[in-house]
Design a protein around this ligand. Structure first.
Ligand code: PA5
Length: 378
């Protein structure tokens, strides 16, 4: 069970009313998902993962933001060994990165999982077109289309329409679950299963959290709210396990996109210790006092555990509010719990500060500017 440690008293009762609001929200589908997941769909995901493992040496996962970070976080953290290599593409507009991904696949057998809820996002669309062309060149159209797995909306979007016409195997991003809350849907489950993550265990952990995470999540969300009111407007997520770097990235996206709107929200940042004690450590210890630190304390070795303690003591003495979240196990169950705990905490936090946790209107601004620049250059 996730445990929360900090030396402050907070009255978390006033946040409780938001639980009903989240449950009733049209985008609150993730709240009971671990318990209510469609078993037939889960079996289809596992079956497809085996199929991909048997036909490919590489799986290219194409997606960005919530259609990318969650599964990468778990795959990188747990380093499963199914034998298949996972490559990520479509998470930037850098041609250099795309060419590198194409090069990495080279002449190897491969399959593609293209993931986009809207089915229209520019970054994955460009990468998908490049990999589709490579597939068709290598295998011919029929076999190429058999090697494309599309995770997208059930009814609409360019990707959906193309998948129907070309007969790609399809998985659905449920209507009532937004990108950054979708890691426990096919968005994350299929690539994780292909990589060799035990997705049953991950869902077991998340299901347990449905039962147990409510109180710690309420407390953590309330603590964040109280700190924000006292002008602690930056949260540093700190982990002592380098392989969890992408879990930190997932957290930053979850909180940043959920809370950062209407000129409000805590800025999420992250560090990996002890590495970053030799870079950002100075600022955290001695710089401006607008930071608080949330240590994600994974079970670790004896030496690393000493560093955790040393950091807790040093940073508290430097005037940093330090919150510690203890994770019960460094495995699928532990991460399942952690994912659910943070999703719930984040939705509650956003509700407390008075913003919608489930939209991202700000993301449109850069898209509009880019569209204008592209139109002007034609
Ligand atoms: O959390 C979100 O909603 C976003 O980060 C999206 O996941 C991201 O913009 C990608 O969108 P899509 O899945 O529609 O391609």
């Amino acid at each position: 069970m996730i445990k929360l440690n900090f030396n402050y008293e907070v009255d978390s009762e006033k946040g409780r009313k938001f639980l009903d609001e989240i449950a009733e929200d049209a985008m609150g589908g993730w709240l009971m998902l671990p318990k209510e997941i469609d078993q037939a769909e889960l079996e289809r995901i596992k079956g497809t993962a085996k199929e991909i493992q048997s036909q490919a040496e590489y799986l290219v996962c194409i997606g960005i933001g919530g259609s990318y970070l969650g599964h990468r976080a778990i795959i990188e953290a747990l380093r499963p060994t199914s034998g298949i290599k996972i490559i990520y593409a479509g998470n930037s507009l850098s041609k250099r990165e795309l060419d590198y991904a194409l090069e990495q696949v080279g002449e190897h057998d491969f399959a593609v999982n293209v993931i986009s809820k809207s089915g229209t996002t520019l970054e994955p669309t460009i990468a998908f077109n490049a990999f589709k062309e490579k597939l068709v060149q290598k295998y011919g159209e029929e076999e190429a289309y058999r090697r494309i797995y599309a995770t997208t909306d059930a009814e609409k979007g360019t990707l959906h329409d193309e998948a129907v016409v070309n007969g790609y195997k399809m998985f659905v991003v449920p209507d009532n679950i937004g990108g950054r809350y979708s890691v426990l849907t096919a968005v994350g489950l299929l690539p994780m299963a292909v990589a060799g993550i035990d997705i049953d265990k991950l869902l077991e952990g998340a299901s347990e959290a449905v039962e147990t995470a409510m109180e710690p999540a309420l407390k953590y969300a309330t603590m964040r709210y109280e700190l924000d009111r006292r002008h602690y407007d930056t949260e540093i997520f700190a982990s002592f396990e380098p392989s969890t770097m992408y879990f930190n990235e997932w957290l930053k996206q979850l909180f940043g996109e959920s809370e950062g709107k209407d000129k409000r929200g805590i800025l999420p940042d992250s560090v990996i210790y002890s590495t970053d004690l030799h870079s950002l450590g100075q600022y955290i210890q001695d710089g401006r006092r607008n930071l608080f630190e949330t240590i994600i304390d994974y079970p670790t070795d004896e030496m690393n555990a000493k560093v955790v303690k040393a950091v807790q003591l040093a940073h508290a003495s430097g005037g940093i509010p330090v919150l510690t979240i203890s994770v019960p196990s460094f495995d699928e169950r532990g991460f399942g719990e952690l994912i659910y705990f943070f999703e719930l905490s984040c939705a509650l936090s956003a509700k407390m500060i008075g913003v919608n946790p489930f939209d991202q209107p700000g993301v449109e601004a850069y898209k509009n500017e880019l569209k204008k620049l592209m139109e002007n250059s034609v």
